[in-house]
Every structure is written in structure tokens, then in C-alpha cells.
Write a protein that binds this ligand. Sequence first.
Ligand code: ZN
Length: 82
Amino acid sequence: MSDLISVAAPDGAVRAVTGMSGREYRSADGIYQMPSSDAAALVKAGGFRPSLGGLVRSAGYPCASCGFQSLFRLCSRCGHHN
Ligand SMILES: [Zn+2]
């Protein structure tokens, strides 16, 4: 079993994210436990490590095509790559 890392989603209202591995994570409070590879991807997308404290970022990748505030560069609404 690999180590799981706590990562908070950029938007606390986000209840599910899909990691680079394609695995979907769900959370009731916006805090996700995920392997380091997916955790790093979420952090890159604007997530933050709660254990580091203080750093709160609100932005993911606003879609240039439809305006959706996507967690990842690939818009999860229209598929546009931002
Ligand atoms: Zn879009």
C-alpha cells in the first residue's frame, strides 16, 4: 500500500476529483487522501496541502472556451485543453 497524502481541493465545495491515474476520489469536506502522484497533480491544479497550513488558493484552470472553473487543464465540462 502506498502512502496517502492529504490534499484539499482548490474549491472546498468540490466533492469529487479525478486524479491523473484516472481514479476518482470523493470527499465530504474537500479533503482528499490520495497517492503522491495524484496528490501532486491536484496541488498543481490549485489544491493545497492542509498540513502546510495557510496557503489557500481559489483558482484551478478557468476554461477559455466555456468559462467553467475546471480543476485540471482539460476542461471537465467541454473538454477544451486550457
Ligand atoms: Zn470548457
